[in-house]
Design a protein around this ligand. Sequence first.
Ligand code: ATP
Ligand code: MG
Length: 333
Amino acid sequence: RFQRRVRACRYDIDQFTPNFLSIFDSLVPSEEEIAKQNQLVITLSRLINKEWPNSKLYLYGSCANSFGFSNSDIDLCLSIDDKEMSKVDIILKLADILQAGNLQNIQALTRARVPIVKLMDPDTGLSCDICVNNLLAVVNTKLLRDYAQIDQRLRQLAFIVKHWAKSRRVNETYQGTLSSYSYVIMCIHLLQLRRILPCLQEMEATCYVTVDDNHYAYFDQMDKLSNYGAHNNETLSSLLWAFFHYWAYQHDYTQDVISIRTGKIISKHMKDWTRRVGNDRHLICIEDPFETSHDLGRVVDKFSIKILREEFERAANILQYDPNPSVKLFEPY
Ligand code: ATP
Ligand code: MG
């Protein structure tokens, strides 16, 4: 009987796709907002270049990876080659430059894990965080943006998953749950397994970057991949169902690591992620596509893993049985 029930619900799930798509549309930033963000980057670049002519300001994170919601903060990275100054000195001087340039609410957070300057632009009302020489984040931003161009279902799925995670308060790394970056990687992985997305890092490389003497390469001619997922016609709601079922009932938390670098599931054993080392507990393992020794799930502890798995199960069950999943899924925690 259970089998029959599962099947009946599975076939029905597609009817909710229009509801999920309209939620997606409501979260996407407008052209006007994007233009404002770009204008602010130009203004800040001019201001900073006067003091540091060889520096370059990059937009990264959700405003540049195409997974950003309307009204999100802007993440910027200042690339600067100054052997004389420490990162903290650069942050402090940057704060002075911005102060002199009529920006507001400036705070230099020099003791954070990633030191940043925070600011608000009074003309646009936009808030930004600027970090220094964190170029790997600029590179992984491009990888995510490239994946998003291959099949529109990635962006739709990741927006809904991020919206669910924010509504259910499981997108808070300081509380031991996962970052937005991790959720997007989980979505890419699911679509790779379903052959809706390829594995760009396993294809012949067309783009090469070097960060801190490490070399990275992958295929980035996105115009050649625009039909890649066309043979698979799963709808957004069916993919959402698959996402939550995978993390609720199929993922093997004791053995498996998801890896978009290889497009596969690899073993914890192979990565030596089988036991706790320091604060890294490896209770849910998500390999960073570039810093492969970095488990994006390392923020998760024995309390937050329980919360996460309960939320995955709740979401899976709503998509399976609830008559109104596009409302119930996002009910505030
Ligand atoms: P949000 O819409 O929630 O602000 P976001 O895409 O800006 O989403 P964050 O998780 O805040 O996501 O991360 C910002 C950027 O920082 C990511 O796009 C990524 O480039 C980088 N990043 C974040 N966490 C990590 C990490 N653990 N390892 C490597 N890079 C990371
Ligand atoms: Mg962000």
